[in-house]
Design a protein around this ligand. Structure first.
Ligand SMILES: NC(=O)c1ccc[n+]([C@@H]2O[C@H](COP(=O)([O-])OP(=O)(O)OC[C@H]3O[C@@H](n4cnc5c(N)ncnc54)[C@H](OP(=O)(O)O)[C@@H]3O)[C@@H](O)[C@H]2O)c1
Length: 263
């Protein structure tokens, strides 16, 4: 863990600054992220540059994240039942079946999570990389009943791993039906790692409880989009309340509670 930075806890403001040194089991960081997160939860973990880009010039997030972000990323995964992503992220960010590092498994078990961390992918086309579809631990695939690839998907990943989540928009997965399909399988601690299209839909559908967002201290310019991509504005815009703010080497890592409109 020597190559990872200590994290300064800057928020809440009424507490003295603490330094969370890296440690194999990340016990302090696990405790911090488990706070205020006991029940079912849809949490997002994203990274942005200071000029608002969701990717760098490499068109993925690899060039804008770093070791501080990695510490939180691992802990958030360890506390999740399922990582939920859009197919664009599965394709672009080269996802494979997910493993929780051995040193975080005790914390995961203590939090009541199953041994295996599931990966769930939202897709209309079903065009997912072979490395995922042919894996011996294939993802859950959330798609529509009208997807022409439905039968082929069922054959490749198993019928019980293809979840039809139709809703109001023909040809599109309904975010509410998607989250309900996961929670129906007992996957109630949902961690979405994006991308921007999926995150925007989850937010718009009033499903997001928490946003964990890393600001990478870079300006990248370029045509990159933001962490939410939707042709329309959120109506109303969503209000967030800070839960904590971490810092390491100029990188700021925030965690906010999202006020659900329907709450
Ligand atoms: N900064 C960050 O934290 C972060 C995180 C993740 C990704 N990214 C970046 O974001 C970029 C990808 O962005 P993106 O917005 O395209 O990613 P995305 O949301 O992961 O993927 C979009 C794709 O997901 C599927 N999808 C999403 N909503 C759907 C719905 N309601 N119904 C059916 N299918 C749905 C569709 O797949 P099909 O085309 O298969 O139908 C759609 O083309 C990449 O460059 C990636 O590196 C950044």
């Amino acid at each position: 863990m020597a190559d990872l930075p200590a994290l300064d806890v800057l928020l809440p403001l009424d507490s003295p600054v603490r330094h969370l040194a890296p440690r194999a089991d990340e016990a302090e960081l696990v405790a911090l992220f488990a706070e205020h997160a006991s029940g079912p939860l849809v949490r997002a973990n994203m990274v942005t540059t200071l000029d608002g880009a969701a990717t760098g010039a490499d068109h993925v997030s690899g060039s804008i994240n770093g070791p501080a972000d990695f510490r939180v990323f691992r802990v958030l995964r360890a506390l999740a039942d399922v990582v939920l992503i859009g197919a664009g992220t599965a394709r672009g960010e080269r996802y494979t079946a997910l493993d929780v590092p051995a040193e975080l498994r005790a914390a995961r078990a203590a939090a009541g999570r199953a041994d295996e961390l599931e990966l769930a992918i939202v897709t209309a086309t079903g065009e997912l990389p072979d490395r995922l579809l042919d894996s011996d631990r294939p993802p859950l695939v959330l798609t529509t009943g009208s997807n022409p690839a439905l039968g082929a998907l069922r054959e490749r990943v198993g019928a019980d791993r293809v979840l039809v989540a139709d809703g109001g928009t023909p040809g599109a997965v309904d975010p509410r039906a998607a989250v309900a399909a996961l929670t129906g399988r007992g996957l109630v601690h949902v961690l979405t790692e994006g991308g921007p299209t999926l995150l925007a839909q989850l937010t718009d559908a009033d499903l997001l409880d928490e946003l964990c967002l890393t600001w990478s201290p870079q300006l990248v310019g370029g045509p990159a989009g933001r962490i939410t991509r939707l042709p329309t504005w959120f109506e109303p815009s969503r209000a967030l309340t800070p839960l904590h703010l971490l810092h390491a080497d100029g990188v700021l890592l925030g965690r906010w509670r999202v006020a659900r409109l329907g709450a």
